[in-house]
Design a protein around this ligand. Structure first.
Ligand code: PBG
Length: 310
């Protein structure tokens, strides 16, 4: 009891954000590499949010899953008001669900080449500025459909300013921006790419994501994003970057989120399945470590499980 009394790192349900993958399909499809995670149809996504919100988990980060024939080179389906994420948000608003909705804003789930933006003339690298135009168009649709927070995750330079201008110009000044300011090119995103149906056809994301061998690069990333109007900044991945998270928390003038990413979550399951670790104990330990390092909000696939453990 005295241990509980002096424990000063506390994770509560209001700290957690659950990612949901939403598709146009009629049924839900389990994601093999992410136990407990499914690609949800719109109906199931709404039911999931309804059920979890009554247990105190009220924040959801929505990712789209796109069938191949709706993908194109610029990811235009992301801006379709009837695409699954946009449809889900509108229905959640119509139904009066008591939830905070973060719309992921990126194109890798919507492009046929799998990159996070529009490709340039060489068809190999992303054209930053043409991508900003698509981000602005898409953010406006997401806000029109009911997003509370827009979460640009593609690491384009100037993305926060472009999204802020688009939102303000469309009378969405009250819609916030969670910027993935500090996002490393990581091997730990593997299962996400199965969940989001977004394998890269060729190349990698090192042109726009950060290099884990650079200790202080995050400083430039967060100051640029905060200057452009970010209301919250994200560090991603989380568990392997606790030093960075701590630095960001000390330097940022806005709240800080951390994303315990798909590979980090999947590893806990894989080891627990073999009987090598205790899943719940390891989950609590790493989640508290992320909080201890400075996260105000934690994006985690384990949010429903944590509700029963905290
Ligand atoms: C895409 C995006 C990725 C993740 C979140 N948004 C994948 C990537 O950048 O390749 C990964 C999240 C996870 O692994 O859980 N912009």
């Amino acid at each position: 009891m005295i241990r509980d009394a002096v424990a000063d790192v506390v994770v509560s349900p209001s700290d957690l954000i659950l990612p949901l993958f939403i598709s146009d399909a009629e049924d839900d499809v389990p994601v093999a590499s992410l136990p407990g995670v499914e690609q949800l149809c719109v109906r199931s996504a709404l039911r999931t949010m309804h059920d979890l919100s009554s247990s105190g988990l009220k924040q959801f980060m929505l990712f789209g899953v796109t069938v191949a024939d709706k993908k194109d080179s610029i990811g235009s389906y992301a801006a379709d008001p009837d695409a699954p994420v946009n449809r889900t948000m509108a229905a959640a608003r119509d139904g009066g669900l008591d939830v905070l909705l973060y719309a992921d804003l990126c194109f890798c789930e919507y492009t046929d080449h799998g990159h996070c933006g529009v490709l340039g003339g060489d068809s190999a690298t992303v054209d930053n500025d043409r991508t900003l135009e698509r981000l602005a168009i898409t953010a406006k649709v997401q806000a029109d459909r009911g997003a509370d927070v827009i979460a640009p995750s593609g690491m384009m330079d100037g993305q926060v300013a472009a999204v802020r201008a688009a939102l303000d110009g469309a009378r969405h000044g009250d819609v916030a921006i969670l910027s993935y300011a500090v996002k490393y090119a990581s091997a730990f995103y593997g299962p996400f790419r199965e969940a989001g149906g977004c394998r890269i056809a060729s190349g990698d994301r090192s042109g726009y994501q950060m290099d884990h061998r650079r200790r202080d690069e995050w400083r430039a990333e967060i100051s640029a994003d905060i200057a452009e109007g970010a209301d919250m900044v994200m560090v991603k991945p989380a568990a392997g970057y606790l030093d960075v998270l701590r630095g960001v928390k000390g330097a940022a003038t806005v709240p800080v989120a951390a994303y315990h990413v798909s590979g980090e979550y999947a590893m806990l399951h894989a080891a627990a399945e073999r009987g090598w670790i205790d899943f719940d104990a390891a989950l609590l330990e790493v989640t508290h470590a992320i909080k201890r390092a400075g996260a105000d909000q934690i994006v985690t696939y384990a949010a429903p499980r944590l509700l029963g453990l905290l």
